[in-house]
Design a protein around this ligand. Structure first.
Ligand SMILES: N[C@@H](CCCCC(O)O)C(=O)O
Ligand SMILES: [Mn+2]
Ligand SMILES: [Mn+2]
Ligand SMILES: [Mn+2]
Length: 313
């Protein structure tokens, strides 16, 4: 597999400083070398340029709309370019508004993609249903065709057209969903496995049902958007919106190993690492746990693995 690593040092989809340092701490944690050690061909494509618009007043309750919208366009353009030359793009964020651009860019190359959204949150508020006005809680609302008439065209978003259907999305890990989001999930029949279903069916059954729901014939490219707050905060404490009762390390490994096993990964987003939150121990734990999960999206299996073509001497 050819992997293109892309840094997305962005934080304006929410109000805390720090997610702009996500790419830096993940690179410093050795992610590129660790993927190369798995036998992957890894090319680091550097960072997306981030736009900072002055006097970027809220619009329809959404904060920093121009900054988020214009940066999202640059993200989409860069992801499209990376995926024209690599098999998979690994997007290191950055807050979860990054997914507006990563999914829009991926969909230009893989129009038939499906989205697996691993997150404590549904991230599908419209500007009107959001309590916070933070766009990192809205990315999917800008991308889902069925929501187009419910989402105002914000300044900075003129370039974006919705590119996925509600039926192409499956959630795993939900445990903090707003009223408007729950209504949207039910109204448009979005596949959603909260932590309740993880407890009810077990992670193996949940992953199998999620994949079958969005891609019953097992042939569509997968955009996997991983918010590190999907994991229990004891594992990834340095994140902006932690919610107790999250995925265990083993459950998260299992999701990554099973998605890797499809061989149809097109893009992996890694969102919401905020190294400024918590103490040094929290930061190191968060980075180490996140990197260990990323390795399992790219072939590191608990049963062991070896580089392509390897045989015993
Ligand atoms: N649902 C909340 C929390 C969103 C958390 C965003 C994270 O999952 O990317 C909101 O809309 O502000
Ligand atoms: Mn391709
Ligand atoms: Mn989240
Ligand atoms: Mn999220």
């Amino acid at each position: 597999e050819r992997i293109g690593v892309l840094g997305i040092p962005f934080s304006k989809g929410q109000s805390r400083v720090g997610t702009e340092y996500g790419p830096e701490v993940l690179r410093n944690g050795g992610i590129v070398r660790k993927l190369q050690n798995l036998g992957c061909h890894v090319q680091d494509h550097g960072d997306v340029e981030v736009i900072q618009v002055e006097n970027d007043d809220p619009e329809e309750n959404a904060k920093n709309p121009r900054t988020v919208g214009l940066t999202s366009k640059l993200i989409a353009d860069k992801v499209e370019r990376v995926l024209r030359s690599e098999d998979i793009c690994l997007g290191l964020g950055g807050d979860h508004s990054m997914a507006i651009g990563t999914i829009a860019g991926n969909a230009r190359v893989e129009p038939d993609l499906v989205v697996l959204w691993i997150d404590a949150h549904a991230d599908i508020n419209t500007p009107m249903t959001s309590d916070s006005g933070n766009i990192h809680g809205m990315p999917l609302a800008f991308l889902v065709r069925e929501l187009e008439s419910y989402v105002p065209k914000l300044p900075g978003f003129e370039w974006l057209s919705p590119c996925i259907h509600a039926k192409d999305i499956a959630y795993i890990g939900l445990r903090d969903v707003d009223a408007g989001e729950r209504k949207i999930i039910e109204k448009f029949g979005i596949t959603a496995f909260s932590m309740q279903e993880v407890d009810k069916y077990g992670i193996n059954e949940v992953v199998e049902r999620a994949l079958r729901a969005v891609d019953p014939e097992g042939k569509r490219p997968i955009h996997l958007s991983f918010d590190v707050d999907a994991m229990d905060p004891t594992l990834t404490p340095s994140t902006g919106t932690p919610v107790i009762g999250g995925l265990s390390l083993r459950e998260t490994y299992y999701i990554a190993e099973e998605v890797a096993r499809t061989g149809r990964l097109s893009m992996v987003d890694v969102a919401e690492v905020n190294p400024l939150l918590g103490d040094e121990k929290d930061k190191k734990l968060t980075v180490d746990m996140t990197i260990s999960v990323i390795q399992r999206f790219f072939g590191n299996r608990r049963g062991g693995c070896y580089p392509p073509g390897y045989d015993i001497p």
